[in-house]
Design a protein around this ligand. Sequence first.
Ligand SMILES: [Zn+2]
Length: 377
Amino acid sequence: MDPIELSSKLIGYRSITPNSSGSIEYLKKLLEKNKFECHLLEFGKSKVKNLYAFIKGGKGPTFCFAGHTDVVPPGDLKKWKTDPFKAVVQNGKLYGRGSCDMKTAIAAFIAASMDFLEKNGSKFRGTIAMLFTADEEGEAEFGTKSVIKWLKKKKINIDYCLVGEPTNPNIIGEMIKIGRRGSINFYLEICGIQGHVAYPERTKNPIDIILKICEKLKEPFDKGSKNFQPTSLVITSIDTLNDVTNIIPEKINMKFNVRFNDNFKSDEVIRIVNKRIRSVTSKFVLKSSISGESFINYSKTLTDSLIRSIKKVTNVNPSLSTSGGTSDARFICELCPVLEFGLVGKTMHQTNEMMEIKNIKKLTKIYLELIKNIFTD
Ligand SMILES: [Zn+2]
């Protein structure tokens, strides 16, 4: 199976999140034709489409590839050189929405699996599974999260999973994501007493208070953990909105973000932040919004297999990272060890999104090596 042809076919579906627009249904037909057992799963009021498919060989582990067919909206069409929903090849690059994030990686793992099955028939040790969703880029409530619940309810076991998100910053092979840090945004308001700068004794300057709070907040949270860097707090804004020079302002607002590792859960981070502020003043308003918990479900077997495959095809030694935003791996990690590895992420969510053809071919080879490592070693 040609991964470029399959990529082009998938880009043709206008699957703006959370709409499948035929993409999930197409994959179901394709996989059924190739003897996969397929379960089309619809969740939520709007029946968001998901697919769980598998093919059994002999006794052995179940390895699952995961990916999303939904894409972010194309934005201003005038800024696109080509139709975002029609794959176009120019100068060795495949253009179209989803060419980077992540229809091409789906094409790569399907092509690699078909190649493997063609050569091995049912003579391999384990089960190849695939999990597809059309709800990753948006709320993600009725996507992978719901599929994982369904798998647990049905007692369907998966031993290892790989999500094909574009993890490499520049060159294919340089980065595997093994987990992600958690993230919380904080909004702090401190009130003082306004007054004339010449009579500070009659006022209470909230800037003085916030300076002390900043010092407290910037104290280290930890030294990092086995797989994660230390938890960090970054102040992103401090505002008094005071545009004159002779008034001590009444109020000050500060925004900051905490990226935390697996030493903490979000409620602990919030508790620590509150305590640090309270050690300076009891008069404050603190709001927080949790973007996600940290997660990791690490398997040395899976990681070593992937590293070997990457090295063999690209000669690059990948780094293991927990950087970046969040992905569906946060749901899958509740079920089994999970890694993320895919294409080069440079143009994801951009206009004129594209992927080098040679990279799609390389990724297909890496995935094929990985399947071989898992099932025939
Ligand atoms: Zn993605």
